[in-house]
Design a protein around this ligand. Structure first.
Ligand SMILES: Cc1ncc(COP(=O)(O)O)c(C=O)c1O
Length: 395
């Protein structure tokens, strides 16, 4: 049977990571592959009470709602962002079904076929999927430990005239890196000079291990209204609520709201009302601190075991927050091939290659440390290190 799909379908790709996860979830495998938060940290009682209150206190939570989002939630977000130095008004916020939808709606209203988007390399895979689905031309900018390399960035801005620079500057997925303050400021200067919009994707910003050392968001440094900032409650409350938001220039947010109307009318109203209650009745900041403390301890367990692997040339970035280690193995390793061996031994990771825009490094991998208990991390790392050492034939 032929169904006659649209031409656009050829630009939709299944995420390599999701395909891997399907296989891994089947067996008795310790998985460092997914990007999942720890379920035991879900604030189950608070979520339960918040939903109960939402449903019983007002029928509005069961009704259709405004496309822009429940006003009380947008007001609460304005306050929360202001505490972190990001000034906004509720009219400039759109509540979305996760940050993922913010990336999609933004792309839908901004990009024509062939438009250039500059990104880090590697970068968030599901953003790449969205950009590709709109037939854009995604171009990688060189990065180092502090963020994008400014010379390469400026050369590419001047030559390619990008529509947007997409960045995950704080405890990035996949690399766990955090941009220095200096680079954040310099990125803004270049954006002003060449008038390019910055899209700052920040799902992990609250998950810093050392609160004294947390960098300001790029959006909070912006003086010319050129930054769109998206974040989410997926990592700090529960992903199932599917509540994210985007804040930025009013004209862009307004057009995105129109696109959202055509997509799903509005974000789930019960979840939004429940979140308003949760933010009011529950100490979310204390909860986030518990998440940070737990993840920090798990990160240290993984770091310790990585440091003991007997493989010359193995490198990794020690994350200052977020959920991931990014590991680079000696060049003769191919992590896509290695994954089969690892799964046979009962451990899984995500090969790094799919996260690259270009020049994929086959010897990289992403390890999640948030979704396994410390004893599972120990056992999983033992298995992984064994696989690495036994395949390290050139050692
Ligand atoms: C960099 C980045 N952006 C956006 C998202 C999407 O988050 P959500 O749609 O759950 O808010 C994720 C999820 O892992 C992510 O890592």
């Amino acid at each position: 049977m032929k169904y006659g799909f649209s031409d656009k379908v050829k630009y939709l790709k299944s995420s390599a990571v999701r395909d891997i996860l399907k296989v891994i979830n089947q067996g008795n495998i310790i998985s460092f592959a997914g990007g999942l938060p720890e379920e035991d940290l879900f604030p189950v009682d608070a979520v339960d009470q918040a939903f109960h209150k939402a449903v019983t206190s007002s029928k509005k939570s069961l009704q259709y709602g405004e496309t822009e989002g429940v006003p009380a939630l947008r007001e609460a977000l304005t306050e929360r962002m202001a505490e972190k130095g990001l000034q906004s008004s509720p009219e400039d916020i759109l509540i979305t079904s996760g940050s993922q939808q913010a990336i999609d709606l933004f792309s839908r209203v901004m990009f024509n076929k062939g438009d250039v988007i500059l990104t880090e390399n590697p970068t968030y895979l599901a953003a790449l999927q969205v950009f590709e689905s709109y037939e854009t031309n995604v171009v990688a900018v060189d990065s180092d430990d502090e963020g994008m390399v400014l010379e390469d960035l400026e050369e590419k801005i001047a030559r390619l005239k990008p529509k947007c620079i997409y960045v995950v500057p704080t405890y990035s997925n996949p690399t766990g890196k955090v941009w220095s303050l200096e680079r954040r400021k310099k990125l803004l200067e270049l954006a002003y000079k060449y008038h390019v919009v910055i899209f700052e994707d920040d799902p992990y910003g609250e998950l810093q291990f050392d609160t004294e050392d947390a960098p300001p968001s790029i959006a909070s440094l912006d003086k010319q209204n050129l930054v769109l900032y998206t974040s989410t409650f997926s990592k700090t409350v529960v992903p199932a609520m599917r509540i994210g938001w985007i804040v930025g220039p009013h004209q862009i947010i307004r057009i995105m709201a129109q696109a959202k109307q055509a997509t799903d009318l509005h974000t789930n109203t019960i979840s939004q009302h429940a979140l308003v209650h949760l933010l009011h009745d529950f100490d979310i900041d204390a909860h986030i601190q518990t998440i940070r403390d737990t993840y920090y301890k798990r990160m240290l367990v993984m770091k310790d075991l990585l440091s003991k692997a007997d493989i010359e040339g193995l490198e990794y970035i020690v994350p200052k927050g977020g959920m991931f280690f990014w590991v680079t193995l000696p060049e003769h390793f191919n992590t896509t091939e290695l994954l089969n061996e690892a799964v046979k031994e009962g451990v899984a990771f995500v090969p790094g290659a799919p996260f690259y825009v270009s020049d994929a490094q086959q010897n990289t991998m992403r390890l999640n440390f948030t979704n396994s208990k410390p004893d599972q991390i120990e056992e999983g790392m033992k298995r992984l290190v064994q696989v690495l050492e036994s395949t390290n034939v050139y050692a």
